[in-house]
Ligand binder design. Sequence first.
Ligand code: NAD
Ligand code: SER
Length: 314
Amino acid sequence: MTKILVSGGCGQIGTDLVPELQKKYGKENIITNDLREPESWDGILEIFDFQDVEKVEEVIKKHNITVIYHLACILSAAGEKIPYKTWEVNMQTLRNVLDLAVKYNLKIFWPSSIAVFGPSTPRDKTPQDTVMEPTTMYGITKRAGEMLCNYYHKKFGVDVRSVRYPGLISYKQEPGGGTTDYAVEIFYDSLKGKPFSCFVGPETTLPMMYMDDAIRASIELMEAPAESIKIRTSYNLTAMSFSAEELEREVRKHIPALQVAYNPDKRQKIADSWPASIDDTKAREEWGWQHKVDLPEMTKIMIDELKRKFDGEN
Ligand code: NAD
Ligand code: SER
């Protein structure tokens, strides 16, 4: 029987992923971990630090875990404020997961990121295999993590699978300290009638994806036959690319009063070091990846769902 542990599961991705896994495998078979207890949660929670390998092992044994979706992490912009802690958390938790995968024959999903790329990488249609010289500590942990996953697969046969998510856009949980967060913040501010201060410039273009596509990609990758998964570092993955100004124009179609000021800060440099668009042919060919949501549809969903969320709060 499939029993899944989701580390860092109360963050932006976990808040969408866990209900999907619950639907698919049964609520009683999904165990969510995080550092802090959320205000409300529908499902089984185990609150502890995933750096604590003994505690992770205890929880694996207690619940007879067979699969881990390892999401616990410190993201790019947050990570630049605490780079050494970012190294420790991101690398130690992954190492714990991979070691325990060997011991308990676990299947692992671990997300990498477009942050593995750097300023020396070709920015347009960035290929699967190319120069990777990340300049953030987060990106360094993601690239090292990819190599570690590949090593554990080759040396110990661990069935570990990974995608390089682009910036993810969702409405259930606000993002947790990333460089792509402006593409979510614009919706919150514009719907609250606040002027939006964008922390990157109008021409900044990054690869992005609506959360439903990201969740579907992750579950489809985990369900694909092992022989289809030829890449055990991490697959390039994308849905759309747009500039901050293109996003502004799309949001303004729904909210004509939108006010935007561009005030680039330290995160501009990080954004400039990442790809503008991604070539994800390998994911499409090898395990059938297809995105569904484009910029106009994503914008409409975000506005409709956030309106509903804010109405519910009042
Ligand atoms: P998030 O910051 O919203 O959530 C991460 C969660 O991990 C938080 O709830 C945090 O409390 C928890 N956490 C941190 N350290 C922990 C620890 N030591 N033990 C237990 N829990 C801990 O991040 P997210 O956006 O949900 O990202 C999840 C994964 O997806 C990360 O690996 C991230 O690098 C990757 N990713 C996310 C994006 C994106 O746009 N959201 C893009 C690329 C990759
Ligand atoms: N969205 C993530 C970040 O900006 C990319 O990994 O950190």
